[in-house]
Write a protein that binds this ligand. Structure first.
Ligand SMILES: [Zn+2]
Ligand SMILES: [Zn+2]
Length: 61
């Protein structure tokens, strides 16, 4: 099954905060939808992709 962004993530979008505190305050990133979510779930409520819960390395790319 392919993943699909249905736009639900837009409704759970995290508030704009400095990137370095994103994960500290519980924001999780959906790499598929390409935005931070403020949810308890470990998976994106939108596309079901596993959310990234902590920063990795110095740079993403
Ligand atoms: Zn989405
Ligand atoms: Zn997603």
């Amino acid at each position: 099954m392919g993943r699909t962004c249905r736009g639900i993530c837009q409704m759970h979008k995290a508030k704009p905060v400095p990137n370095r505190i994103r994960y500290e305050i519980g924001h999780k990133r959906c790499t598929f939808c390409g935005l931070f979510l403020s949810v308890e779930d470990t998976r994106c409520i939108c596309c079901k992709a596993v959310l990234r819960t902590k920063a990795r390395g110095k740079k993403d790319r």
